[in-house]
Structure formats: C-alpha cells, structure tokens
Design a protein around this ligand. Structure first.
Ligand code: ASP
Length: 437
C-alpha cells in the first residue's frame, strides 16, 4: 500500500512486556517499515522516566555531586530489558562510556538523548532491523536551530538504503557533532520528520490512550473519542490545552499531506484518532469535534468615545504589549471598546506599566482589568454553514446559569471561543458537551 512510520512513546517501551507488544504491532503489518522510539517511560505511578533520570544525572554531575547511583538505575533499566528479552546484546561498555561523557559535556542534551539512543539500539536488535543514529540524519544549525530541509534530504537519502530501520526520537546533532535535543516530548517530531522524508502514506503515533477525547475526562465522565479530525481542528484544540501530540510534530506531516493516526499500544485493535488535511468521509455530519479550554486569563477593556474613527488606536495599544514582550490571545472589539485577552502569567510583572503606557499613548476614557477568566473553545468544521450552532451553545450556557464575559468567533467558523468566570469553567464545558453530544 505504501510506507507507514510508527513512533512509540515512552509508556509503549517501558519494559520488556511493552517491547513485545511493540514488536507484534510492527510485524503485523509489512507496510510498517520504520520505527521511532522514545526513551522508556514509567512502569508504574511513582516510577522514573529514563529521560528524567538522565537529566538528573547531568545535574548531579555538574553540581559536583555523585551521580553514579542515579546512572546505575539507567543501566539497570536498560540491561533488565535486554535480559528479559533474552537478547545477545552487551550494552555495558557503551553505557560506561556514556556515564563519563555526561560529566564532560557542557549541556544536558547529550545526557537526555541517551534514553532514546539505547532504547533504539535494543529495539533494532529485537526486531532484527537496522539502527540509524539520529545524530547522523537530524540536523540543527550552529545556533542550535533545527534545519528541516537538510534533515529531510539526509533522512530520505539514508532511509532509501534501509528496508527496515529504527531511528531514535528526540535528538539530532549540530555541525560540530554536538548532540542537540528537541523540547520535551520531541520524539513525536522525529517521527513526523521520518514520515515526511520517506513520503509515508501514514504516520502512526502509538501511545497509551486510544486517541483524542472530545473533552477533558477530569470534567466529563467518559467523554467520547474523536475518531477523525483535521490538522486545523487539531491545532485549535491543542492550542487550547488538549495535548496528545507535540505541537511541532504537526507541521512536517501536515505540509506533506500525510495523515497521523494516534493509536494505543495497549489496545491495538482500537482504530484511534485519524488526523488528516482534508475531512474524512462521514465526519461532516458532526457539528462539533471537541471542546478545550484554559483558566487564568485577564480581559483588558479599553474604552474611548469615538475610538472607531481614531486612526492607529489599535496599533498603539498593541505596540505597548509588543514593547513589553507580551503576547495576546484574542482581540474582541466593540465600537468604542477594545478588549485584549492575555494569559495571567504574561501579565504578572507588567500590569501598572501597561496602564501607564496606554494612558500616555492612547489617552483612553477608562482601562479595566478583569482577571480570573477561563476561555473555552468549541471546535468543529461542522459548525461552518450549520445554522443555529451558536444559539444552541449560548442557550446551553444560559440554561446552566453561566454568564458569558467574552465571545470570539474567527471568520473561519472553525471555533467559537467564550470567556466565562474561572469558577464556572467546568460547568460551562459540561453544558456545551451535553448540548452537542
Ligand atoms: N524522552 C523525551 C521526553 O521524555 C522525548 C519523548 O519522549 O518524546 O521528553
């Protein structure tokens, strides 16, 4: 059919039993030709992730403390997996070298990357596939900025020579050869890069949940799974807090038109969530795709009579924020009112300065700060052209006796964002969910 690239998260590779599941998944479909592993994750609630142990080793080593006990936990985990899988693989010499190298390196990336590196070696041996060190094929420039085109070419060229291969996630290297990692959770990005480079028909992202849920399960009891959504919807939902995939993993596959399938290693028969550029057939009937939200925003309302005819008013307000390095989330406006929505943590140190600068630059009639606001995004392509969606949403909120403090709907009609008091957040999500589901 075409090449599939399968990325496995840390929980999918936490011990030998999980490795067995991964092998079964990979070998059950001959199209699955390239695997991208994370480092072994937690086996139980208060267990350590290998990556966390490695960061800890680096920190101990560079604050003059002994890290041998911490590193021995890493050795035990990897050697335990090798033994339990009965592999003829001796990692000890390289693990010992790594232990000394951690103290020699002047940043934590090398240490952190070794989780994926050794996990990839074990997986390749277990599968009988080739191992490709990500440092050879994923490139960052001298400043440490990821180099997508170099990487794409190099990965494509290298992988053409391997029928099957394991490429560890999360890291690459700079021109000097120094190892550099993506941000935490970055194996998702490597998986997407591999998928793009081999022109895959599908990027499978295997984790420990069967896909995206329509709402936060801490708020809604057993929310429905989202079987299919588009990359644009995913972006809206992730931005507002629904996380399964690393944000930066979306761009390479989206650009190449490759769908991503979120799957559950512990429940491989579940089809998971399919994310694609174009809507999948049948999903048009659905009005909403999901609901996500965040607490802790402030609404700054700036009033001035005849604001609408004052040229440059909006630009001057936004220049104050830009000069202070503050990014804003939304900008709902009225005729004589401009409202800017900002995350509380962005505001913390700057409130008085914002007031002073806006007073000088814009001479408004009033500036009002309303904090403790929660934003809720109701996302769905199905809302486009469907009459009555907004009215259903606001009626549901009214029936639940929730006061709406702000409304924002983009012209794409992909979502409706409402601001409510933080104390009403959970009830508002619930009211919207049960109205549409
Ligand atoms: N192992 C890394 C982390 O824990 C990267 C990843 O799992 O994707 O963040």
């Amino acid at each position: 059919m075409g090449i599939k690239v399968a990325k496995f998260g840390g929980s999918s590779l936490s011990d030998a039993e999980q490795f067995k599941k991964v092998k079964e998944i990979l070998l059950s479909d001959p199209d699955r030709r390239y695997a991208v592993p994370s480092a072994p994750g937690r086996r139980f609630d208060d267990d350590d992730k290998i990556t966390d142990l490695l960061y800890r080793c680096y920190k101990l080593a560079h604050t003059g403390q002994s890290y041998s006990e911490c590193f021995s936990q890493v050795v035990e985990r990897f050697c335990g997996i090798v033994n339990d899988l009965e592999l003829d693989l001796d990692l000890l010499p390289e693990l010992h070298e790594t232990e000394s190298e951690i103290a020699r390196q002047d940043n934590a990336d090398y240490a952190a990357s070794r989780g994926e590196y050794f996990c990839g070696m074990i997986l390749a041996k277990y599968l009988g596939w080739d191992f490709i060190d990500a440092a050879e094929v994923v490139r960052f420039d001298r400043q440490g900025v990821f180099a997508p085109e170099w990487t794409n070419e190099q990965l494509g060229e290298t992988l053409r020579e391997h029928e099957h291969a394991v490429i560890p996630g999360f890291y690459g290297s700079m021109p000097s050869g120094q190892v550099k990692t993506f941000s935490r959770g970055g194996s998702d990005i490597t998986g997407a890069l591999v998928a793009r480079a081999v022109n895959a028909v599908l990027y499978e992202n295997w984790t420990d949940v069967s896909g995206f849920l329509m709402a936060d399960p801490h708020i809604i009891d057993k929310p429905r799974f989202i079987d299919a959504l588009t990359y644009r919807e995913l972006r809206e939902l992730s931005y507002m807090g629904a996380t399964v995939l690393h944000e930066d993993a979306i761009f390479p596959v989206r650009k190449a038109g490759i769908p991503t399938n979120i799957r559950n290693t512990n429940n491989p028969d579940h089809p998971g969530t399919m994310i694609s550029v174009e809507p999948s057939p049948g999903s048009e009937d659905r009005t909403i795709t999901g609901i996500a939200g965040h607490k802790n925003f402030t609404l700054i309302s700036i009033d001035k009579a005849m604001m609408n005819s004052e040229l440059g008013f909006g630009r001057r307000v936004l220049s104050v924020l830009e000069d202070l390095g503050i990014s804003f989330e939304h900008l709902p406006t009225g005729i004589d009112t401009m409202c800017v929505v900002i995350a509380d943590k962005e505001l913390e140190r700057h409130k008085q300065e914002i007031i002073d600068r806006i007073q000088v630059l814009c001479q408004p009639d009033s500036i009002e700060f309303n904090s403790g606001i929660a934003l809720i995004a109701t996302v769905g392509r199905g809302m486009v052209n469907k009459r009555g969606t907004a009215s259903r949403l606001f009626r549901a909120l009214a029936v639940a006796d929730i006061n709406v403090r702000m409304i924002d709907q983009g012209s794409s009609e992909l979502n409706i964002i409402v601001g409510v008091d933080g104390k009403d957040f959970e009830r508002a999500v619930s009211a919207i969910y049960y109205e549409f589901v």
